[in-house]
Design a protein around this ligand. Structure first.
Ligand SMILES: Cc1ncc(COP(=O)(O)O)c(C=O)c1O
Length: 407
């Protein structure tokens, strides 16, 4: 029955359309991978988080199917009531082993892991300091906690120190939040120095390893490993949904921390346990991450290849395209996320559309998600060198055509 109480929704949608912020899901057909079918078109996929190419791996599929046969499709309740299975504990132990922590706990999503953990660790008497470019789940976790929430400049430890000096003495606990790989830029947090600073101010540190788990470090444990911080006192959060090809989130850390979260993290206590299929697929993925380091080698070779080709291409661009206030530029990145910053939001949107016409799927990211507009490319271990060549050729064609043709 129509009710005037909901009329505002149509107006809000209209505003979203007017601001060009309207978005809708884009269905894929078939298995994920470097080539996917979308809207009846086969496209080269440079927009996925499936960094190791595991989301369509037959071994993950087989593990998920076996778990459905053994345990059914749903976990049926909270882990504390009816939802606990041996598989959950096996996965948690595998994560703790990978991360070299005492223990781990799995949530139904990385987003829920961040919300529940932050809100359990701090409250209204406490202080949260957060990198300005952090993921939405960290920001909303801080808001949910009721703590005083302040942002420091992106990777700016001088700014962080100033905020600690000014505000830390007035709060009971302090929690510093940072992504380790920043998802819309691809750069890394200065973790060792940040941990030293936190120690000086008796502050806890929570890192989000969503884009680094399985990708960074000799064993694939993430940036905590690759930046030499294994064993330090850190609350490590991550997701099972990117390089691990499944769904769910985790927290790894000390035995006390994990035990505390089992008793205080509302998004774990009052939410149904991770499904058997997702749990088993993630467990299979961790075994592959450990056993097949060559996947990471292939991924990093692809990253170096695209980075080198894009740098060469930028040098070949005519001065008419580059001599202006916001020239094309490769944003600093040390990860499989490479961003080509462009002149303005409208051009970036046109370039994104035009890339699709050339059979390339990449993100066209603009404000308010990020401060400056950019094309965002993510690499996978399963991309072939020829596919990367095709991407660079398409970028060259669309920039020369679309940008030159721009009004
Ligand atoms: C940095 C970061 N943290 C957390 C999440 C949330 O993880 P999930 O997709 O498992 O909810 C994402 C996912 O998009 C992310 O990019």
């Amino acid at each position: 029955m129509p009710s005037a109480a909901y009329d505002w929704i149509a107006g809000a949608l209209e505003t979203i359309h007017r601001a060009q912020w309207y978005r809708s899901p884009q269905a894929l057909v078939g298995l994920p991978g470097p080539v996917v079918e979308r809207h009846g078109q086969r496209v080269l996929n440079f927009a996925s988080n499936d960094y190791l190419g595991l989301a369509g791996d037959p071994r993950l599929q087989a593990a998920a199917i076996a778990a459905v046969n053994d345990y059914g499709t749903g976990s049926t309740g909270s882990r504390l009531i009816t939802g606990d299975r041996n598989l959950h504990r096996q996965l948690e132990q595998a994560i703790a082993q990978l991360k070299q922590t005492d223990d781990a706990i799995v949530f139904s999503a990385g987003y829920l892991a961040n919300l529940g953990t932050i809100a359990a660790l701090v409250g209204s008497r406490d202080l949260v300091l957060s990198d300005r470019y952090n993921h939405s789940s960290l920001i909303n976790g801080a808001k949910l906690s009721g703590a005083t929430f302040l942002e420091y400049g992106h990777c700016d430890l001088t700014d962080l120190q100033t905020l600690l000096e000014q505000h830390r003495p007035h709060h009971r606990r302090c929690l510093i939040l940072t992504d380790t790989v920043f998802s819309m830029d691809g750069d890394l947090a200065p973790l060792p120095e940040l941990l030293d600073l936190a120690d000086r101010f008796a502050a806890m540190v929570l890192v989000d390893e969503a884009h680094s788990t399985g990708v960074f470090g000799a064993t694939g444990a993430g940036c905590v490993e690759s930046l030499g911080c294994t064993g330090r006192a850190i609350v490590q959060i991550g997701t099972l949904s990117k390089a691990l090809g499944s769904l769910g989130g985790y927290v790894a850390g000390s035995a006390e921390l994990i035990d505390f979260l089992r008793n205080r993290a509302a998004t774990w206590i009052y939410s149904t346990g991770l499904s058997p299929a997702d749990t088993a697929a993630a467990l299979a993925a961790i075994q592959i991450v450990r056993a097949e380091p060559d996947r990471r080698d292939r991924l990093w070779r692809n990253v170096a290849n695209l980075q080198r080709q894009l740098q060469q291409w930028l040098q070949s661009l005519p001065s008419t395209l580059q001599n202006r206030p916001a020239p094309y530029r490769l944003l600093p990145s040390a990860s499989p996320i490479l961003c080509l910053q462009g002149p303005d939001p409208a051009t970036i949107v046109r370039l994104g559309r035009s890339l699709t016409e050339h059979g390339i799927w990449a993100g066209a990211i603009r404000p308010p998600t990020v401060p400056t507009s950019r094309l965002r490319f993510t690499l996978m271990a399963s991309h072939e060198p020829a596919q990367i060549d095709r991407l660079v050729a398409a970028i060259d064609a669309v920039v020369r055509n679309v940008d030159h043709a721009a009004p």
